[in-house]
Design a protein around this ligand. Structure first.
Ligand code: SF4
Length: 400
């Protein structure tokens, strides 16, 4: 039907740290060579929680973009853009809001969590309640097939799917749909048409998912169909509606979690972070002064890696051999903590070297980043406009 596509965004939080790199960016970099990817700076989302201090958003946006590029996000493979530069996200958000039950938003688990976690802020706003719907618009507007998420975000994707389904159900009705769909079946050629009808019956009467998948694969291969007929035939397989919005799938990311220097979640606000492009000497200093197992007061005291945040770094950065050396050396007091930390320092410095190199050109000439994003904004907007044309038409707002 629609081509496979990945959409993912990040709030502009300023310079990124290694927790972001291991938790999300590394995964983006892997995906960009596998599928068409759209990565965006979610500046409107930042406003849902920082509406009272928007001054940092623009600077944070540019800093974050340099970090993405430094980390290896490649603009020749992926589309990088800024959410608010594609205002159609807001239009789709508004249109979806007309038919989205309030209860769907209130039951999103992160809604209540965030209100409690950020209790210092007044988040009883319309924008904050609606942010999962804005997220849905961010994804649905590109008819994305996949959204990379951690476990905690799966309910958001589930809601996006429900929203797409409801939209198609409400607005996918087309006058004479049945007749048009049957005309389109004929265009498949007699052999394929017969197979299509058989698979459709198998799916609709017996609920055979394999039949649905097989029919979809056949439609993907059918070159002779126009876009409109293809959409109709996809919709006809499952019911009597055109599919205007695509239900995305959650793509679960198995990211390695890098904690902060004190073992808690890495966060700039906890003061326990290593920036993505941190200075070499500062990395050395931060790791050398990192807390270790409190039981190792003296060099001769044995320790336990399970109680030491340095060990969690080894789990991300060290191979089996080094990890065995750590466990043995720590438990027998055979190695000192400074000695134990050295391979971590070396690995981080090595990881960051190409990042510093890549970032330099963008720091020397910020117009390069502006140009990459301008191209990305245009490319994203083109796709968004295609979807909005169909959405407006389906909702009776085409005014042709
Ligand atoms: S030897 Fe390594 S793992 Fe053991 S307490 Fe020291 S830093 Fe932590």
């Amino acid at each position: 039907m629609y081509p496979d596509r990945v959409v993912s965004g990040m709030r502009p939080t300023g310079a990124m740290h290694l927790g972001h790199y291991h938790g999300a960016l590394k995964n983006w970099i892997k995906m960009q060579s596998e599928l068409p990817c759209l990565f965006f700076v979610a500046d409107w989302h930042a406003l849902t929680t920082h509406y009272d201090d928007p001054s940092v958003i623009e600077r944070s946006t540019w800093e974050m973009l340099v970090d993405w590029l430094a980390a290896g996000v490649d603009p020749s493979q992926a589309t990088l853009f800024i959410q608010s530069r594609v205002p159609e996200h807001a239009e789709l958000h508004l249109l979806l809001s007309m038919a989205t039950p309030l209860g769907w938003l209130e039951r999103v688990p992160t809604y209540k969590d965030q209100i409690e976690n950020l209790s210092s802020k007044d988040l009883a706003t319309y924008g904050f309640l609606g942010y999962p719907l804005l997220q849905a618009a961010d994804v649905l507007i590109y008819r994305a097939s996949q959204v990379p998420v951690g476990d905690d975000q799966v309910p958001h994707i589930e809601m996006m799917r429900e929203i797409a389904r409801r939209f198609n159900h409400l607005y996918g009705k087309e006058k004479g749909f049945e007749e048009k769909a049957q005309e389109a079946v004929k265009k498949l050629g007699s052999k394929r048409a017969k197979l299509y009808n058989e698979l459709r019956t198998e799916y609709q009467q017996d609920g055979k998912d394999e039949a649905l998948e097989q029919a979809k694969a056949m439609l993907d291969d059918a070159q002779s169909l126009s876009m409109g007929d293809r959409e109709r035939l996809f919709g006809y397989l499952e019911g009597s509606r055109k599919l205007i919005l695509v239900e995305p799938q959650a793509r679960l990311t198995v990211a390695s979690r890098l904690p902060g220097l004190d073992g808690r979640k890495m966060s700039k606000s906890y003061g326990n972070a290593i920036a993505l492009r941190e200075d070499k000497s500062s990395v050395e200093k931060k790791i050398r002064t990192m807390p270790t197992d409190p039981a190792r007061v003296r060099r001769t005291d044995a320790g336990d890696p399970a109680r030491c945040p340095v060990w969690q770094f080894h789990q991300v950065y060290s191979n089996n051999e080094t990890q065995e050396w750590v466990v043995k050396g720590c438990k027998s007091a055979g190695i000192g903590c400074i000695e134990c930390k050295q391979p971590v320092i070396d690995a981080i410095v090595k990881e960051q070297e190409p990042m510093h190199e890549r970032a330099q050109q963008y720091l020397d000439d910020p117009s390069l980043v502006r140009a990459i994003v301008a191209d990305g904004n245009d490319a994203a907007r083109k796709l968004a406009l295609e979807t909005m044309r169909d959405v407006r038409e389906a909702m009776g707002l085409a005014y042709t």
